[in-house]
Write a protein that binds this ligand. Structure first.
Ligand code: CP3
Length: 348
């Protein structure tokens, strides 16, 4: 099965080569919608134990590949391993999402470690090496981190919030303290991403899930600028490193994001306006997306129509087929199969 120098369609698109059949994977493809994931998750104990046990992290990374033969695997971990390695308390309560000790005053920020304890992240690198050995050579392996703004929203609030008000407020009221968190995240994320490339990642994705809550001036400062520094920092050591940005909800700010950050592709959410994306984004970089995860739950004719819309909108250019955000736990597996089949039968 494994051939040495097989072409990876996913990487071809990132390198500028449109594929007749767009490569496909799904954000959050390893997760609770899979019964085999839930089984391993139960056995692992805590969520972070799952992330930091290479044997188990390797297994759950490969589960969606075995089932759906996606064109890319994403290493199983979480964006909050960086705050954890910075010495913050991080836990995941079942059904409640992440909990951290809130970093919500300038005094607390002053005591934040500048450098992460990278020994804590060694198991992620080991999992990458193991996945790389087991993965078919035509399938790409994606490493990732959270963008500094999105990671900071969880660090400041100590949990997820509907509108990231605590982080936005700190950015207005105590910009120097907020900048200190962002700077620490930029520097440590560069090192973490370089470690993932060394472990065998073929490409990297930077998840800025909450970028869309920022007004344009703040978006430029807290989403674009830190992401630009990460891209530059990684490429200073690994020129040509392939990087995908996901500034969810950026909308009309996407062209500026692409221009300034230097990413090779952007992942777009389902609300993105197709002609703006084609003319001012896809003309410059590859586009990844952007099926609404809800229609993947709905299935049937609505799903077929939505898939065809994504293909009609973007498959004439460089496209990696994906969802507009992560797959939801209640998604029927048969609907994922329906999607993969329909996309793979497409001929541009
Ligand atoms: O994509 C993959 O399959 C790889 C693994 C991955 C996880 N989280 C595993 C996970 C990736 C790439 C992430 C990214 C992540 N984590 C983001 C950015 C992408 C996005 O979806 O917006 C964010 C904001 C987080 C933070 C986080 N981790 C939250 C808010 C939660 C709880 C809510 C949820 O989605 O479940 C997590 C937990 C988490 N991370 C789970 C998984 C599979 C569920 C934990 C469990 O199994 O109980």
């Amino acid at each position: 099965m494994t051939q040495k120098s097989a072409v990876k369609p996913f990487l071809e698109v990132l390198s500028g080569q449109r594929q007749k059949v767009p490569p496909i994977w799904m954000m959050r493809q390893a997760g609770r919608y899979l019964p085999e994931y839930r089984k391993v998750r139960e056995k692992a104990g805590g969520f972070l134990d799952l992330c930091f046990t290479p044997e188990l992290a390797t297994e759950v990374t490969l589960q969606p590949i075995r089932r759906f033969n996606f064109d890319a695997a994403i290493i199983f971990s979480d964006i909050l391993v960086i705050p954890y390695a910075l010495g913050r308390a991080v836990s995941f309560e079942v059904g409640e999402g992440p909990r951290l000790d809130p970093l919500d005053t300038p005094e607390k920020v002053a005591a934040l470690a500048a450098k992460a304890d990278f020994a804590k992240l060694e198991p992620v690198y080991e999992a990458l090496r193991r996945v790389r050995r087991e993965l078919d050579s035509g399938i790409a392996l994606i490493g990732f981190c959270g963008a500094p703004f999105t990671v900071a929203t969880y660090m400041v609030a100590g949990q997820g919030t509907p509108d990231q008000a605590p982080a936005r407020m700190m950015a207005y009221s105590h910009p120097d303290a907020f900048a200190k968190i962002i700077d620490a995240l930029v520097e440590n994320s560069v090192e973490y991403l370089l470690g993932q490339l060394q472990g065998g990642a073929d490409a990297l994705q930077i998840f800025d899930t909450w970028a869309g809550v920022l007004p344009p001036r703040e978006f430029a400062r807290w989403s674009i600028e830190p992401t630009r520094r990460i891209v530059e920092g990684v490429r200073a050591k690994v020129p040509g490193a392939k990087i995908i940005g996901f500034p969810r909800g950026a909308g009309a700010l996407l062209p500026a994001y692409v221009e300034a950050t230097g990413v090779d592709a952007v992942s777009i959410d389902w609300a993105a306006e197709p002609s703006l994306i084609r003319e001012r984004v896809q003309s410059k970089v590859a586009v990844q997306g952007n099926l609404d995860p809800l229609v993947l739950i709905a299935g049937g004719a609505a799903l077929d129509r939505a898939i065809d819309d994504v293909l009609a909108n973007f498959a004439s250019g460089r496209l990696i087929f994906n969802l507009g955000h992560g797959i939801l736990p209640e998604t029927p597996i048969a609907h994922v199969e329906q999607m993969v089949k329909r996309v793979r039968n497409f001929r541009a």
